[in-house]
Design a protein around this ligand. Structure first.
Ligand code: DX5
Ligand code: ZN
Length: 233
């Protein structure tokens, strides 16, 4: 197994690349994962966002450790694992061992958030903390300083292709306005040509995009267009 990048390395790479788009691989062609990864590498992406769903925390299943391991073998790009699972403390370390560079847990799913973020980091990955659209930022105020990445959900997690929820913009602005912020800010859900510019203006470093890339043939063209709008150039 190819080792994950050292935690600081993945976060530093993404920080240098920011603002940038991370493709959500939920809707990629799993019949040819290697080709999908190469197409995205050729398009110049800076990392891959991997959505893990367990059918409990969210009403949908996707994939787990074996697919993270497969991505790890296929690429040296930073792998950003978004765990939409119940009891993340039981599995977070295994996702680090499978090769994820960033492991993000949901505040709504974890009771011992501090401990889990610490375990992810001590295992050698970066630790992320996610908040659902209906969750107030107050829920993370005590622990957010322990996270390397804060993920603001702009849809209720579970499915790609949903509409962007504006509440995410307010949260991004609030987090960005906090002078002490050191974590990267990521936004996920319904990010497309119409919403990505506002995510950047609100302070997002990383914009996760599924449908607005994978519903199209030419990933390179889609990424160029989205990056252009994201960077406002
Ligand atoms: C939703 C996932 C997202 C999703 C993004 O639960 O976390 O990463 O796949 O897909 P789009 O861009 O289609 O909303
Ligand atoms: Zn996600």
């Amino acid at each position: 197994m190819t080792a994950a990048l050292p935690a600081g390395n993945a976060i530093d790479k993404l920080r240098q690349a920011s603002p940038t788009v991370l493709p959500s691989m939920l809707q990629c062609d799993f019949t040819n994962l290697e080709r999908e990864v190469r197409r995205l590498e050729d398009a110049g992406v800076s990392g891959l966002h991997l959505d893990v769903m367990d059918g409990h925390f969210v009403p949908n299943f996707t994939y787990g450790l074996t697919i993270i391991d497969a991505f790890r073998k296929l690429t040296e790009l930073p792998l950003d694992a978004h765990l939409m699972i119940a009891n993340p403390g039981e599995y977070a370390a295994q996702f680090v061992d499978a090769g994820a560079d960033i492991v993000t847990i949901h505040i709504e799913a974890a009771e011992n958030t501090e401990e889990i973020l610490g375990e992810i980091k001590s295992r050698g990955a970066a630790a992320g903390l996610a908040v659902n659209p209906s969750t107030s930022l107050d829920a993370i105020s005590d622990v957010q300083h322990l996270a390397d990445l804060l993920l603001v959900m702009s849809v209720q997690p579970g499915f790609g292709g949903q509409s962007f929820q504006e509440v995410a913009l307010e949260k991004l602005v609030a987090l960005r306005d906090n002078g002490k912020l050191t974590a990267l800010l990521e936004v996920d859900g319904g990010v497309n040509d119409q919403t990505i510019g506002r995510c950047a203006s609100a302070g997002a470093d990383l914009a996760v995009v599924g449908s607005a890339i994978f519903a199209h043939e030419d990933y390179s063209a889609r990424l160029s267009a989205l990056m252009h709008t994201l960077r406002g150039d």
